[in-house]
Design a protein around this ligand. Structure first.
Ligand code: NAD
Length: 483
């Protein structure tokens, strides 16, 4: 099944940081794929803006190379690429200087959607927002997109919100969390609120606990400098995992309008209990047989940053009272997998007598590597000899179910950029959501900083430190295997 393409109005999109890593790997290839799908309207302009001294042609070569490197070979169509490159322009600009702004202003058209993607470090958000206004480039209809990290604590996030608010209204600000652009994440809402089947069971009466895992096999690599100041809590939990938790736990919004959805997500964050020190395990991978050590990769032999975190939390509201939520994320783990597992309780009484090792129903929502869902159900083991129960998966890979090899599932960035052009903020974080998430995260980080907590070592290629297994064992539960 080929996905339906909904046309958008023509637009001028300016990518500040248009020569950076993110633009090269995700934004520009994503825009080309949308062009190929017929979604970029005639006359649309995509303008790279950065410090490098490119002209239009030089930047077109840069874009063409990024397509060659990061778009699937099956989608590299010579004619389409040269048509796409006609949309591409470039203006050299220093976000902190004066040059280039009048040239950019000249390129902007009246009565056309204007979007500004700030694919630059957060210290440039303020100066860019300010200059866009001062030069009359941003108007009431403009949209501004900002990348993560959105602050490193509540104070800095509030300061960033305040700086953006000086030049833009909240309805113009798109804070990207690319996890929200994943097909499965949106499917989470479709499955929960488009079926009658799950919602009646979606509460502490029937759900034993929820596990959210984001496991990576890669280490910190070239991002050591940034990661060492951030750690897994700031890099993963405060944003991506918190967003997944919100979508899985929120009340049904009354409509699928952006603010209706975001109001419900905010209520989840505000209902999260503080996390006690015994409910959290921090880890750091340490030289194992294959020689990978966090401290060497991060070039900081004294680093106490966590490359792994596992924690237990609760949502204090009527729906979830008594259902623990376990979050786990880390680098250099056994496998690359992101999933949410909703583990249901056992039936109240077994008419089949005791069943050794029987496990209950589990709904697994897989975000990667293969987006899909899997519901574990109990059936009778085939054959004579009594009623023995086994669990089998009702498995649905989206790529298989939708009859394609996964190529037609748009990348998260493709979808989110098109949402910006459409003016749909549903999948973007609102300022108060980000602040609430930091307000929950700050005391957890402060507590381990106060006690000079050292992360527990774990072997690269493992499931994380032993203590993280204990976190669930103590509660009579266990983590799903990372594989
Ligand atoms: P990068 O260092 O590769 O690129 C930065 C870009 O900003 C370059 O184009 C550079 O020319 C431009 N720039 C820097 N200073 C400038 C100035 N004074 N005036 C004008 N342009 C200037 O960074 P990146 O990896 O592309 O990341 C960009 C943003 O996206 C960062 O905030 C980063 O945290 C975020 N992000 C990146 C990734 C990723 O995979 N690279 C993922 C998520 C978020």
């Amino acid at each position: 099944m080929v996905s339906r393409v909904i046309p958008v109005d023509t637009f001028d999109l300016v990518i500040f940081g248009g020569t950076g890593d993110l633009a090269r790997r995700k934004i520009l290839p994503g825009l080309y794929v949308r062009f190929l799908a017929g979604q970029i309207p005639e006359g649309a302009r995509i303008v790279g803006a950065a410090r490098s001294e490119f002209d239009d042609d030089g930047y077109r070569s840069f874009v063409s190379e990024s397509i060659a490197e990061f778009v699937a070979k099956s989608k590299q169509d010579k004619t389409a690429i040269s048509e796409f490159l006609k949309c591409i322009h470039y203006v050299p600009i220093d976000a902190l200087g004066k040059g280039g702004w009048p040239d950019l202003a000249k390129l902007m058209r009246l009565d056309t959607i204007r979007a500004f993607y700030l694919s630059v470090g957060p210290r440039l958000f303020g100066p860019l927002a300010e200059r866009l206004h001062a030069h009359g480039i941003a108007n009431d209809k403009s949209r501004i997109v900002v990348e993560k990290p959105f602050g490193r604590d509540l104070k800095s996030a509030c300061a960033l919100n305040a700086v953006l608010a000086e030049s833009f209204e909240e309805h113009q600000i798109y804070r990207i969390d690319h996890y929200l652009g994943k097909e499965t994440v949106q499917n989470l809402m479709a499955v929960r609120f488009g079926n009658i089947l799950f919602e009646p069971l979606w509460n502490s009466q029937y759900v034993d606990h929820i596990q959210i895992t984001v496991a990576e096999t890669v280490g910190v690599g070239g991002r050591g400098g940034y990661y060492d100041k951030s750690g897994a809590m700031r890099d993963m939990v405060q944003n991506h995992m918190m967003q997944l938790l919100c979508l899985i736990a929120m009340e049904p919004p009354s409509t699928f309008e952006p603010d209706a959805v975001r109001d419900e997500k905010l209520k989840v964050i505000r209902a999260l209990d503080p996390v006690e020190s015994h409910e959290i395990v921090r880890g750091q991978y340490l030289e194992g047989e294959n020689g990978a050590s966090y401290q060497i990769e991060a070039e900081n032999p004294d680093s106490h940053a966590e490359s792994f975190i596992a924690l237990r939390t609760h949502i204090s509201n009527w729906r979830w009272n008594g259902t623990p939520i376990y979050l786990r994320t880390g680098k250099r783990l056994r496998a690359r997998v992101s999933e949410i597992a909703v583990v249901f309780k056992d039936p109240p009484h077994s008419i089949f007598g005791p069943q050794e090792g029987r496990r209950g129903n589990v709904l697994v929502i897989r975000l990667q590597p293969d987006e899909g869902m899997n519901l574990r159900v109990t059936i009778k083991e085939p054959g004579p000899g009594g009623m023995r129960l086994i669990e089998v998966p009702l498995d649905m890979s989206f790529a298989e179910a939708l009859g394609n090899d996964g190529d037609d599932i748009p990348d998260a960035y493709e979808r989110l950029i098109m949402d910006v052009i459409r003016g749909n903020q549903t999948l973007f974080m609102r300022g108060d959501e980000v602040e609430a998430a930091w307000a929950w995260t700050d005391p957890i980080i402060a507590a381990w900083e106060d006690r000079h907590d050292k992360p527990k070592p774990y072997d690269p290629g493992s499931s994380g430190p032993e203590d993280s297994l204990m976190l669930l064992h103590r509660d009579g539960r266990r983590w799903r295997e990372i594989r």
